[in-house]
Design a protein around this ligand. Sequence first.
Ligand SMILES: Cc1[nH+]cc(COP(=O)(O)O)c(CN[C@@H](CCC(=O)O)C(=O)O)c1O
Length: 304
Amino acid sequence: MDDKDGVIWMDGEWVDWRDAKVHVLTHTLHYGMGVFEGTRAYETNEGTAIFRLQDHTDRLFRSAHILNMQIPFDKATLNQVQREAVAKNKLKSAYLRPMCFYGSEGMGIRADSLKVHVMVAAWEWGKYLGEDGIEKGIRIRTSSYIRNHVNSVMCKAKANGNYMNSILALQEAISCGYDEAMLLDHEGYVAEGSGENIFLVRNGKLITPDLTSALEGITRETIFQLAEECNLEVVEKRITRDEVYVADEAFFTGTAAEVTPIREVDDRTIGNGGRGPITERLQTMYFDAVQGRSAQHSDWLTYV
Ligand SMILES: Cc1[nH+]cc(COP(=O)(O)O)c(CN[C@@H](CCC(=O)O)C(=O)O)c1O
């Protein structure tokens, strides 16, 4: 990733992509105390637009608040910089990564006298779980790693250090021949994917875990709204792994994952073994919204 052409925003300045570096004694590099966002910009007939930019920026600031980090820029600045990151890098569609991190002003767990630094990068990122995955569905397995406990890490913060858990789970799934991991919480109930929220369809209803141990996904909330528009009931409840096995349909949601059907869990075929009809309908509505074909949701788009 460090050999691209383009620019990255660091602490108020645009720097050449290849020069966007930090010292090896950068505190967050050692201890993982930082927050970030993943936001997508899509090409639309009216130009490139960032999807639910304000919601992502709001969550970035909530994440920082949870970790008691003071971001030294305001939301309007972060929103404008993300628009510029897409434009300056001449991207028609993009994945945006704002991140707030502690610098190399000091070391140690005490973490006092540290400065909060902010960067924003943007790059082209295709289908997170593969082109096939979006249409045919993916194979997932229940991870041997449980989701972080709500009192060991802060699950409502999109915090850098939380993702060691996700990486271990995903690496395990891939090493076992699957595409993604499904993580249970410490009580054994389904929480989410390594980087996605999860939905089931059963008897025409959507079912999704409550947010206790999961990230408050913006795509998850988008699906709630789209489901309401097509009179689909959404039930938030505790879900066991065998409820996933007997679901009629299942899918992941996330900015990177978008709406990805799940066709198999722990070698159990889900429903028709592919993308289910309700999943397809919601996926189509989602892509209509992000690609500017849904007049009803033009407010979700921030044109670059
Ligand atoms: C743990 C987790 N849970 C749910 C979600 C879905 O949230 P939302 O994007 O607001 O719908 C994400 C986003 N995962 C991001 C990280 C991907 C990465 O590899 O980094 C993403 O989808 O951008 C998570 O990281």
